[in-house]
Design a binder for this molecule. Structure first.
Ligand SMILES: NC(=O)c1ccc[n+]([C@@H]2O[C@H](COP(=O)([O-])OP(=O)(O)OC[C@H]3O[C@@H](n4cnc5c(N)ncnc54)[C@H](OP(=O)(O)O)[C@@H]3O)[C@@H](O)[C@H]2O)c1
Length: 241
């Protein structure tokens, strides 16, 4: 059984993946900012999840987090880079350059930073899964330019690291269609509006975080040992329509 680092473990997809990993018998280091939800996460998992408070958009906080893991001689068997932001939706012709900063800082630079610092801690044969999206891969909604560009960059980073590490550490990206989480509720202006929009989904509703979590834990496990450098679409057929 292994130790897995999961970012954005206090909500949505990261929360479901962290819990699923513990159900599979692993220990989890769950990263997020919200201490109340972090404490609840530890309780919910009977302390098999350790909450680590870190604002990943702050480079010094990422360095401090990884310094701590290094000092504790933590050996990791996998990482799920999951925390991200949509940023501010806006018309691409008018978006200020600053709209890209916040999104790229968390979605791309923090992911890259964390991977760089995690590599020396990752055991041979371990697996890194990066949460990209169908946006920036197969779908390009016009108001989410920085988010789409950031997720395309996450896929490029995934393939770059996969090539570099030659299978000693595997890297794959997951590209989910709509998942029922607080992030998507916010984008649609509330849960009711999200659910209403999802009635037009290919299959009539979005996935729950628990429905997609096993895909991530499979990719983090040895059962997926021949899958490397891929960006895998998981969307219930959404991109067909
Ligand atoms: N929901 C979808 O439809 C969908 C579809 C495709 C891809 N995705 C991707 O899935 C991932 C997770 O999204 P979700 O829908 O599960 O969102 P969510 O429910 O809002 O969860 C986001 C998580 O990220 C953490 N987080 C956000 N900013 C952070 C920061 N600066 N530092 C540390 N942690 C931070 C949050 O923790 P704290 O609040 O504790 O900081 C929270 O645990 C994202 O990469 C998203 O792009 C989502």
């Amino acid at each position: 059984m292994g130790t897995f680092l999961v970012t954005g473990a206090t909500s949505g997809i990261g929360h479901a993946v962290a819990l699923r990993l513990t159900e599979e018998g692993h220990d989890v280091l769950g990263v997020g900012r919200d201490e109340t939800r972090g404490a609840a996460l530890e309780l919910e998992s009977d302390n098999t999840i350790t909450f680590l408070k870190c604002d990943l958009s702050q480079a010094d906080e990422v360095e401090a987090l990884m310094d701590r893991l290094e000092a504790d001689q933590v050996v990791l068997h996998g990482v799920f880079n999951n925390a991200a932001t949509f940023g501010r939706p806006g018309t691409p012709e008018r978006l200020p350059a600053s709209a890209f900063d916040e999104v790229f800082e968390l979605n791309v630079l923090a992911t890259n930073r964390l991977i760089q610092r995690a590599i020396p801690l990752l055991a041979t044969g371990s697996s890194v899964v990066n949460n990209a999206a169908i946006v920036g891969h197969v779908k390009f909604p016009p108001m989410l330019g920085p988010y789409a560009a950031s997720k395309a960059a996450v896929i490029a980073l995934t393939k770059t690291f996969a090539h570099r590490m030659k299978g000693k550490i595997r890297f794959n990206a997951v590209c989910f269609g709509p998942v029922d989480t607080p992030l998507s509720h916010k984008l649609y202006g509330g849960e009711a509006k999200f659910k209403d929009a999802m009635s037009h989904h290919f299959r009539g509703n979005a996935a729950s975080p628990e429905e997609v979590a096993p895909v991530v834990t499979f990719l983090l496990s040895d059962a997926s040992s021949y899958i490397n450098g891929q960006a895998i679409t998981i969307d219930g057929g959404y991109s067909l329509s």
